[in-house]
Design a protein around this ligand. Structure first.
Ligand code: GDD
Ligand code: MN
Length: 367
């Protein structure tokens, strides 16, 4: 199985989370499909509890084509793909799911199309003649996939029948060029790449069948869908506002509603003073915001266990200072300019920017 050390022409990037039973059969399939090509497989595992990384390493002991990049404290398909692709030195990088739902026998055709030099990107499509999408789990997934395709096609600079595909190939230097502009959130790394290219890419679509999943389960959930919306929003705004800031601001807006409802509830007849009721509502809203930011805004570096509690305390402290600054600045502005809407708005904006900037560095410190 092991061959002499030749530099690979093709790196196959395989993002995986809890795919242990799929690793060995998939590598066997890659060997069969890529016979005669100098290839390597780079598994990018996010510390899967089922021991996916250990399984990859076990195989790597006897198969020099296989290696494993294990990330700890991180999650995310797109960011896993980015880091895997950036660890490659091959001429071409392919991205394929680690659950055997993608038809790896398409890889040589994709490589040949790129090697001929007429295309920048080869995409395995379920929606061209000869492609097939029956492997999607249920009707709901079909609706979701079709809806996502229709929505992204509004923004796409090139014709792409399957922008939701997670199976594609491109020259590595091109990937490196685009890497700085990538959003990296969620599942849709192909869409991210296409929307990040300064000039429209020349795309070759190769028909492919999306197979049914045999082992393990899909990781696509509601938050991944929210991230898809965020990706489009980010690209439409031209990356002007960081996506995290938009998410943080939206969570903050929901927090205001929580605050007001709690306050309204307490006013109904607890008999407490307004200051105490206001304090309770503020703390409830802060806890709520912390939870939402931890699971949406900072999903990829979510705090858990003791770090979660430490984070909550820090978040309340940071936002407490933000609130004092907000009120203080608004008061001063009101006294000097007497325009209460402007004073209030400026105070609030300074408060949210403060909360965002300080909590990004103190609470969800990048590790
Ligand atoms: N490292 C890492 N981290 N890998 C992940 C993560 C993560 O957080 N989440 C998912 N993966 C891996 C899975 O283990 C699998 O190998 C691959 O990414 C795809 O994830 P699935 O959970 O199987 O997604 P799906 O089958 O519902 O959707 C996939 O196929 C669609 C059709 O091609 C995705 O690739 C979609 O992007 C794609 O549109
Ligand atoms: Mn899958």
């Amino acid at each position: 199985m092991t061959e002499p050390a030749v530099a690979p022409v093709l790196s196959v990037i395989v993002p995986c989370y809890n795919e242990r039973p799929n690793v060995a059969p998939m590598i066997a399939k890659l060997h069969a499909a890529l016979a005669g090509i100098a290839w390597e497989a780079i598994y990018v595992d996010d510390d899967s509890p089922d021991g996916t990384a250990a399984e990859v390493r076990r195989i790597a002991q006897t198969d020099a084509r296989v290696r494993c990049l294990r990330r700890v404290g991180r999650r995310g398909l797109a960011s896993a793909v980015i880091e895997g692709a950036l660890s490659s030195s091959a001429a071409f990088v392919a991205v394929i799911d680690g659950d055997m739902q993608h038809d790896e026998t398409r890889l040589p055709e994709m490589l040949a199309a790129l090697q001929a030099g007429d295309y920048d990107l080869a995409v395995a499509s379920r929606h061209v003649e000869g492609g097939d999408n029956t492997g999607l789990a249920n009707r709901w997934r079909h609706m979701l996939s079709d809806g996502g395709i229709a929505l992204s096609q509004i923004f796409l600079p090139v014709k792409l029948t399957d922008p939701m595909s997670g199976f594609f190939m491109l020259p590595r230097p091109l990937f490196e060029e685009l890497a700085h502009g990538l959003n990296g959130q969620g599942f849709k790394i192909l869409l991210d790449l296409v929307l990040s290219a300064p000039a429209p890419l020349r795309v070759r679509e190769v028909p492919a069948t999306f197979r049914e999943r045999v082992a393990g389960e899909s990781k696509l959930d509601l938050l991944v869908m929210i991230q898809f919306g965020g990706l489009l929003l980010d690209k439409i705004c031209g990356g002007l506002l960081p996506l995290r800031f938009i998410s943080f601001g939206l969570v903050g807006a929901v927090g205001v509603l929580v605050h007001l409802s709690v306050l309204a509830g307490l006013r109904q007849g607890t008999g407490l003073s307004f200051e105490i009721e206001q304090t309770i509502a503020t703390v409830v809203a802060m806890i709520f915001n912390f939870k939402l930011n931890n699971s949406i805004t900072y999903r990829d570096q979510r705090l858990r266990g003791p770090r979660l509690w430490r984070g909550l305390v820090l978040f309340i402290a940071v936002c407490g200072v933000g609130a004092v600054a907000n009120i203080g600045i608004a008061n001063v502005l009101y006294e000097t300019h007497t325009n209460w809407t402007a004073a209030g708005a400026i105070g609030a904006i300074i408060g949210v920017v403060w909360n965002y900037a300080v909590s990004a560095t103190l609470v969800w410190r990048a590790r």
